[in-house]
Design a protein around this ligand. Structure first.
Ligand SMILES: O=C(O)CNC(=O)[C@H](CS)NC(=O)CCC(=O)C(=O)O
Length: 245
């Protein structure tokens, strides 16, 4: 059983807020998504993909940043809308204001079954908020998804330790497919797509030498490993002392 995991914003990364808005299409009118749906069906391969989608409010000047699950019949069966938006203001750049173009979601998508385990959906900047990962783990997620387009500056400093921490503290697999290289004059992404096991060990990663080229990496999800780590390290929370998330 296999599944394909693609990054955040796999449809496009705009060079400006206006470009991002103007390129946005509903799923039913997106040639990119329709292509993926056909391929999913043809190869019987479920696909997780991050895209942009229009707001439900037709007068909104913002769009949604979503993660879609396309099942092996080519149908979109799950949709998570990014909760935390990336606003960054460093003294000498880079700056980023995702909240000007993106409308935040307001719910956690309950983990859902897939051929590669029960999946918990998050997107990129959500990685910095352990509460959402812990809530998904509590709802029985086996695998945490962080499709991303991390910035090179923050990526170098934070990508790996944050992802390993989420895997270790949730005793869960982490799959983080990431955008890589230059998108336009202003934007480029850190890359380093990675799969981490529930013990915190990196089982597959991209990056290495040619960090700027698109690549694919394969990894196995070992359910016996998942069970044995959780058995050995039960992490019983003191929700009598602090609130459960
Ligand atoms: O803009 C798009 O179309 C796609 N979305 C993104 O690239 C988003 C928002 S700008 N990137 C991040 O959240 C990076 C977070 C990050 O780098 C960090 O947390 O350090």
């Amino acid at each position: 059983m296999k599944a394909l995991f693609l990054p955040e914003a796999s449809d496009y990364i705009g060079g400006s807020p206006n470009e991002s808005l103007s390129l946005c299409k509903p799923a039913s009118q997106s040639p990119f998504l329709q292509g993926l749906q056909q391929e999913a069906k043809k190869h019987h391969l479920p696909i997780s993909v991050g895209v942009h989608e229009p707001s439900d409010n037709p007068t909104s000047k913002r769009i949604k940043n979503t993660l879609l699950w396309i099942n092996a019949n080519g149908e979109i069966t799950h949709r998570y809308q990014k909760l935390h938006l990336f606003d960054l203001e460093m003294e000498n750049g880079p700056n980023m204001r995702e909240s000007t173009t993106i409308e935040p979601g307001d719910e956690i998508l309950p983990p859902f079954d897939s051929p590669v385990g029960k999946l918990g959906a998050m997107i990129c900047f959500d990685l910095r908020f352990p509460e959402i990962a812990l809530a998904l783990k509590r709802q029985k997620a086996d695998v945490l998804l962080y499709p991303s387009a991390f910035m090179p500056t923050t990526g170098k400093a934070h990508w790996l330790p944050l992802l390993r921490a989420r895997a270790i503290e949730c005793t869960s697999y982490v799959i983080a497919a990431a955008q890589v290289g230059a998108h336009n004059e202003k934007r480029s992404s850190y890359g380093h797509s990675i799969v981490i096991d529930p013990w915190g060990e990196v089982v597959a990663e991209l990056g290495g030498e040619k960090t700027d080229e698109p690549e694919v990496v394969f990894a196995d999800i070992d359910f016996e490993k998942l069970r044995s780590v959780r058995r050995a390290l039960p992490l019983k929370r003191r929700t009598d002392v602090y609130p459960e998330v």
